[in-house]
Design a protein around this ligand. Sequence first.
Ligand SMILES: *Cc1c(COP(=O)(O)O)cnc(C)c1O
Length: 401
Amino acid sequence: MKKTTGTDRSITSHWRPATQAVRGGTWRSEHGETSEALFLSSGYTYDDAATVAARFAGEAEGMTYSRLQNPTVAMLEERIALMEGAEACRAQASGMAAMTAALLCQLSAGDHVVGARAAFGSCRWLLDSLLPRFGIECSVIDSTDDAAWEAAIRPNTKVFFFETPANPTLDVVDLAHVCGLAKAHGITSVVDNAFATAALQRPMEFGADVVAYSATKLMDGQGRVLAGAICASQQWIEEVLLPFQRNTGPNISPFNAWVVLKGLETLSLRAHRQSENALALGRFIETRVPRILHPGLPSHPRHELAASQMDAFGPIFAFEVADRAQAFALLDALELVDISNNIGDARSLMCHPASTTHAGMTQEDRDAMGVTEGLLRINVGLEDIEDVKEDLVRALKAAGL
Ligand SMILES: *Cc1c(COP(=O)(O)O)cnc(C)c1O
């Protein structure tokens, strides 16, 4: 394996994002392949015993076992790190593997976490159910209330954990304020950036310590594989994450890493076009639905803030109809848009969060989060937006709107 200029930070750090997305992190075998090679290998062999001993001792570079290193996975990690503006990245098996690892690797019994109330259902489960079982206290707050973050800090607060925009209510968190507050109190901020990705929002520019991903969403972008990633400083990755990751094994398959690597080449194009489509659709249906939650529309309570920290507003928004019956009638009338709980896909997909992604929560928690019975979430894809508009008009009519 030969490392290319794409692995030399003295060169890649000067590359612009579009170049990093296509060339960052590339290694080449002796065949000189143009597209990155897929190394489906769990282990490695060595010329002699001294070589492997030196690698295990950390005295020589080289692979030893795919729970620790894999060339295809290493290419993905370097490319994501470059796009994020992070010193280092480690890929994970899924978004939830990434969130779990990012929290558990740094928390111990007696610690306290402040988390955002509006969040992906499984992220809330980590705070509400998993961490408390291990003696880690969690407070869940309205993440859009800037003062609530400071008020929730306790002497044992170790981590702030939130997503922005949040799934599925599109709550927007003030990154500079919350990450700055964390820094001032010696708290580690962990930002779930799945809805935006580095193509639209780079939380580290606003002071985030750790950026965690479901790469299943926009990074793959074509609905093929589960994947995740954690970006942070080199020191944090080496000293905090790796002891946990190497011994617990939430690693991504090299095959899935390769699929995401290819997805990253087109991420920026897709994320921007899908954002344009989502904004066009949002404007089009705004007057046709009772309530819309879209960070790109002036009607969103934090539209100005979203515009100041995002390059574009992303492919996902939500809107509200009267109740579950009307929401289901609308979904059932769709001809082009699929009923699906995935997001970030090149296809337009719509789902009813209360009965799917957030079905595991109590009604009370859903109410507090704003996940009402009439809430629908849409991921706007790469289709001709006029076709998507026509489908929505037909479905709205069928639902009596
Ligand atoms: C989907 C999602 C996750 C979980 O990712 P998986 O890849 O499905 O495990 C976490 N956070 C957010 C915001 C998500 O949308």
